[in-house]
Design a protein around this ligand. Structure first.
Ligand code: NDP
Length: 264
């Protein structure tokens, strides 16, 4: 039997075991997927080996550490500098980022998108920005603090912190990648700024899933088409699962099995 895991801190809330085990159970794959609470990211490789894992997902706050410890990193993860999926090939650990393509699949019904603004500048913002830019979409990043913006500015994207941001242009898509609204009623931008941004927007996506955040509620009131992070979660999991089972099932089959299991 193959064994897979998700590493994170916190990790108890993760729905990844539910999604992957549904595919293994109902898709006839001899494998299991478990949750591992990991405090120290630099012990990730040691724990991976001790459990004799075949692959893993990595969540907050260890994605950058996972990037650094892989023997090889493939695809868009190289640009993002963060890995959320690891597959063991012999003794080598190979890293991927499925958050980025998962996000793009989630917004596929929203088109055309020419200009997007990303709220937040953490690991998820990096994945979303890289994916949007790779699709030829004009990217702007707005974050509460200045420190995390340097990585985005180096890529040539427009960056603002709250003190410098002026919403003087219209964005087709507004994405919340901050954790504002995850476990509180906070807004990812001060009220007035958010209102003028939403007034010029068409689509709003929140990467948070499981409940409607103040950001999405506000966007809905402004008449935008909205979506939470549920589809992104499922799509990134489908892609990770294909790496885990080496394409033994089609994406469509994996998606259906995961959707059956994932009832928000
Ligand atoms: P990080 O910790 O790397 O980044 C958090 C960002 O949020 C920072 O830019 C931080 O700004 C900002 N922030 C935090 N609190 C506030 C606040 N109250 N107001 C404004 N800005 C705030 O987190 P991640 O990028 O890893 O994750 C972000 C979110 O995305 C989480 O809610 C997570 O659950 C979700 N997520 C969803 C996925 C899915 O599949 N649906 C996949 C991955 C993540 P500052 O720099 O100023 O501190």
């Amino acid at each position: 039997m193959k064994l897979f895991a998700i590493f994170g801190n916190p990790v108890a809330h993760s729905r990844s075991p539910l999604l992957h085990n549904a595919v293994f159970l109902h898709g006839g794959i001899d494998a299991r997927y478990i949750r591992i609470h990991l405090e120290e990211g630099d012990r990730l490789r040691e724990r991976f080996s001790a459990l004799a894992l075949d692959g893993a997902n990595i969540t907050v706050p260890h994605k950058e550490t996972a990037f650094a410890l892989c023997d090889e990193v493939r695809g868009i993860a190289r640009e993002i500098g963060a890995v959320n999926t690891i597959v063991r090939e012999g003794e080598r650990l190979v890293g991927y980022n499925t958050d980025a393509p998962g996000f793009m699949e989630a917004i596929a019904p929203f088109c055309p998108i020419r200009r997007a603004v990303i709220l937040g500048a953490g690991g998820t913002a990096r994945a979303v920005a890289a994916a949007l830019a790779a699709a030829g979409i004009d990217v702007t990043v707005v974050n509460r603090g200045r420190a995390k913006l340097a990585w985005f500015a180096d890529k040539g994207w427009r960056t603002y912190d709250w003190s410098t941001f002026e919403s003087d242009r219209a964005y087709d898509l507004i994405v919340n990648t901050t954790s504002a609204g995850l476990a509180d009623e906070a807004s990812p931008l001060p009220e007035g700024m958010l209102a003028s941004l939403l007034a010029g927007g068409r689509y709003a996506v929140d990467c948070i899933y499981g409940h409607e955040t103040p950001f999405l509620a506000d966007a809905r009131r402004h008449g935008l088409t909205v979506k939470d992070g549920g589809d992104m979660l499922v799509f990134q999991a489908v892609l990770a699962n294909r790496y885990f089972i080496r394409d033994a099932l089609s994406s469509a089959t994996i998606l259906q099995l995961m959707k059956n299991a994932f009832i928000l």
